[in-house]
Design a protein. Structure first.
Length: 490
């Protein structure tokens, strides 16, 4: 994607805004979760401290109940609530202030004493029936239970005071975070608005300039100043296109005015031109009438052939037959369809003539797939191309060269490839040949048909603009491709 394109800049602007908003949201959520975690931790510890007190109270309740019921379940409940309180005490050791830790340690020691004293009282109660044997331990256990509740109360107050200070710190931090979030949001919003304003100005200013110039053009004023570059690819392309359009309109108007003046002058000469044209037609008719009759030429060649047979000049006979077939075919097939095998056959006659003339200086290789011989093709399409390759590619070289003619299938196409290793052409010469007017005289051995004529007939016959392709390089040769769709092959 072009970095100067409008699409890229819009996506970049949106991406920047989204990233900024995501950053703010992420920062706010992160800070909120931190504060929430602190609050949750404080509340949980307060709940645990209260739960420790309740568990000790429940343990003491079942301790008292056992002395009246003597049931095993009451004894187990006494120990269960103690163990639960002991676990909860252990979970409170993290994240406490110094005072709370001291109280917590004293509470742990009291709980240990509470359990030892309670176990002793219960065991003595089970062994002795006299009260004085277990009474002291019973009273001591009750006192320790009360001490535990007092320490739990102290721990609760100590942790509450600690939480009050923590809450103040969290509240201040929360206010600071809110302030930072607000400032960030304000800064990002202002920057986004500023970027959006600059960006919109970069878009609207050149568009307004285009609109102003378009209004001038609509009123007939084509003298516009050069449109400034905006730095946005699409708008710059639009501005260049507008400038080009105005220049072309100006040229067109000037051309129309010049043509109007020329047309007036030409009308004055129209009658004289018509008279001259009539005279030229009469002259051309006379010239045509004075030309040698082709049948007379063919009869003469046949007569020479018979003479060569009588004189047993076989090579002369074969050469005259090739010339006769080539001339007859060129005259009869100019505007007709032909099969590829007929075109290849007439090429072989031309090849024989040139090999007779030039000997080893020229070599022709012809390779045609058997299933492609019945392809229909405009008459006299291939021979002018071979002739052109020989005259302009091979003949100027002192050491001669090779011309290869290959016909093969490739995917959905039939390819006719004509390749020579002659002197080739540069780009300018190649373009000049392709753009040459059909009416321009062509220098050839047998016909006046040029490459442009062949190209036009192939395009019309197959209704395909890409049917003909030529490649050439100086001192390396020329290759011509005729590309016929398989649907056209049958």
């Amino acid at each position: 994607m072009n970095k100067n394109s409008l699409k890229f800049k819009l996506l970049l602007l949106i991406l920047i805004i989204v990233i900024c908003m995501v950053f703010i949201n992420f920062y706010t959520i992160l800070q909120g979760r931190t504060v929430e975690k602190k609050y949750s931790n404080m509340i949980n510890k307060m709940i645990v401290i209260d739960s420790v007190g309740k568990n000790i109270t429940n343990s003491t309740f079942y301790f008292d109940k056992y002395f009246s019921s003597k049931t095993r379940s009451d004894y187990e409940e006494y120990l269960k609530f103690y163990d639960e309180a002991r676990k909860q005490i252990n979970s409170l050791e993290e994240d406490l202030n110094t005072d709370s830790l001291y109280i917590l340690r004293d509470l742990e020691n009291l709980l240990d004493s509470y359990r030892e004293s309670g176990i002793d009282a219960l065991q003595k109660f089970g062994r002795y029936e006299k009260t004085d044997k277990f009474y002291n331990d019973f009273v001591e256990t009750k006192q320790i239970s009360e001490y535990c509740n007092e320490y739990i109360y102290k721990l609760h107050n100590s942790y509450l005071n600690y939480n009050r200070n923590v809450y103040k710190v969290l509240d201040e931090r929360n206010k600071l975070n809110n302030l930072i979030t607000t400032i960030l949001f304000f800064i990002i919003t202002c920057n986004c608005i500023m970027i959006a304003f600059i960006f919109s100005k970069d878009i609207t200013d050149p568009i307004e300039e285009l609109v102003t110039n378009a209004n001038k053009v609509s009123k007939g004023n084509f003298d516009i100043v050069k449109i400034n570059k905006s730095g946005i690819y699409e708008i710059d392309i639009l501005g260049e296109g507008f400038e080009t359009m105005v220049k072309d309109i100006n040229k067109l108007i000037n051309t129309i005015q010049e043509n109007a003046i020329l047309e007036k002058k030409l009308k004055d000469q129209q009658m004289i031109n018509l008279q001259v044209e009539n005279m030229l037609k009469e002259t051309q008719l006379k010239v045509l009438q004075s030309q040698i009759n082709p049948h007379f030429l063919f009869n003469t060649l046949n007569c020479v052939t018979q003479t060569a047979i009588i004189e047993e000049a076989c090579e002369t006979e074969k050469l005259i037959n090739s010339i006769s077939q080539l001339l007859r075919y060129s005259l009869s097939m100019m505007d007709n369809q032909a099969y590829l095998k007929d075109e290849i056959n007439i090429i072989k006659q031309y090849v024989y003539i040139q090999e007779t003339r030039f000997g080893d200086r020229v070599k022709f290789n012809i390779n045609v797939g058997k299933d492609l011989e019945n392809i229909k093709i405009p008459g006299m399409s291939l021979q002018p191309l071979i002739e052109n390759a020989f005259i302009h590619g091979i003949e100027p070289k002192e050491d001669g060269g090779v011309i290869d003619i290959d016909v093969y299938k490739e995917k959905n196409f039939c390819i006719i490839k004509i390749e020579d290793n002659g002197q080739g052409m540069d780009i300018e010469t190649l373009n000049a040949i392709l753009k040459k007017d059909d009416k321009e005289k062509h220098i050839g051995h047998t016909t006046g048909i040029g490459i442009k004529n062949v190209i036009n007939r192939l395009k019309l016959f197959y209704n395909d603009e890409d049917v003909f392709h030529i490649e050439s390089e100086e001192d390396k040769g020329t290759t011509i491709y005729i590309k016929i769709r398989r649907g056209e092959v049958n």
